[in-house]
Design a protein around this ligand. Structure first.
Ligand SMILES: NC(=O)c1ccc[n+]([C@@H]2O[C@H](COP(=O)([O-])OP(=O)(O)OC[C@H]3O[C@@H](n4cnc5c(N)ncnc54)[C@H](OP(=O)(O)O)[C@@H]3O)[C@@H](O)[C@H]2O)c1
Length: 289
């Protein structure tokens, strides 16, 4: 009989980790330890070392992150964001190196400034516009400094779990007769379930190729297009109007164009990147059943 593959998932109560939990149940070869903040606060390096020593993971999937993009701009928050998104990743990478685990770390399209007009490739120059983006970039660098990590940048993540744009829009469309949504920021959404499937494919793959990769669903849309598709999927009478970003100022500056080129991850790991509307339809089916 084959040895089980031991996988540690940090940030166990987040969107991506919740999708991983559902999907991993069907993989009998995987022995997965889903560790939330209560059992494994990633900002505590001593606890990380103890956890690795006790569980001896073959893989560590780091989904833990400070993801409150606007809150990160508030006084005192940058330090918490940096501790979670950067320093903690260094600690996880050191533990991975010490105990022979492969680290899969998740990062973001917000490492880019959005001035491009063609999809960003993994090697393109980074230039984060926000505290969140800067701390995530530092985290990527620390992951790669200490171990042979796979870093996956993703974008516009939603799921039937947790808080996200899709669930917020569905609620607002029930509460309000009309809403405004920005139509000058372009990207590709990512159904966390698709990303979770891709991560499990990477673990099952015959070869491990460290490096930086991009993963999103297929397509390029604005937040307004996304909201319009949600409205149509739930048959809402709510009026959705397009507005420019200046009309909806936020504390954190966001890239105007953050489409990620997913060619490399598809070539190397043969993962699927479903079309964004198909995945949205699937998620909304779960949310409305
Ligand atoms: N959401 C997006 O739109 C988006 C876009 C691009 C990239 N990403 C990246 O994708 C990854 C997964 O995101 P997600 O949407 O699944 O995030 P999420 O739903 O916000 O989940 C993140 C989890 O990390 C946990 N966490 C925060 N600080 C922690 C700490 N000190 N110790 C342990 N756990 C801690 C949180 O715990 P609590 O529940 O206790 O707070 C939460 O459960 C992250 O790396 C994120 O940066 C997300």
């Amino acid at each position: 009989m084959q040895e089980p593959v031991r996988v540690l998932v940090t940030g166990a109560n987040g969107q991506l980790a919740s999708e991983l939990r559902e999907l991993a149940a069907a993989h009998s070869r995987l022995n997965v330890d889903f560790a939330g903040r209560d059992r494994l606060p990633v900002t505590d390096e001593a606890m990380i070392q103890q956890h690795f020593q006790a569980f001896r993971p073959d893989y560590c999937i780091n989904t833990a992150a400070y993801t409150a993009v606007d809150k990160a701009e508030e006084p005192g928050e940058a330090e918490i964001a940096a501790a979670t998104n950067a320093t903690a990743v260094g600690a996880l990478a050191r533990a991975s190196a010490a105990y022979g685990a492969k680290l899969i770390h998740i990062s973001t399209d917000y490492v880019f400034d959005g001035t491009a007009s063609i999809p960003y490739k993994p090697g393109d120059a980074t230039h984060p516009l926000s505290v969140y983006g800067a701390t995530k970039l530092k985290g990527e660098q620390l992951a790669q400094q200490y171990t042979d990590a796979v870093v996956i940048r993703t974008a516009w993540v939603y799921s039937s779990f947790g808080k996200n744009f899709v669930k917020t829009m569905m609620r607002l469309m029930q509460e309000r007769p009309a809403i405004n949504v920005v139509n000058d920021q372009f990207g590709a959404p990512t159904y966390a379930r698709d990303l979770a499937n891709a991560i499990l494919d990477i673990i099952a793959a015959a070869r491990w190729v460290p490096g930086t990769y991009h993963y999103t669903n297929e397509g390029v849309i604005s937040w307004y297009d996304f909201a319009t598709a949600i409205k149509e999927a739930i048959h809402s009478p709510c009026i959705v109007s397009p507005i420019p970003s200046e009309a909806y100022p936020t504390p954190a500056k966001r890239p105007a164009y953050s489409v990620l080129d997913t060619t490399l991850i598809k070539e190397i790991y043969k993962v699927r990147t479903p079309y964004w509307l198909d995945s949205l339809t699937e998620c909304i089916k779960i949310l409305t059943r």
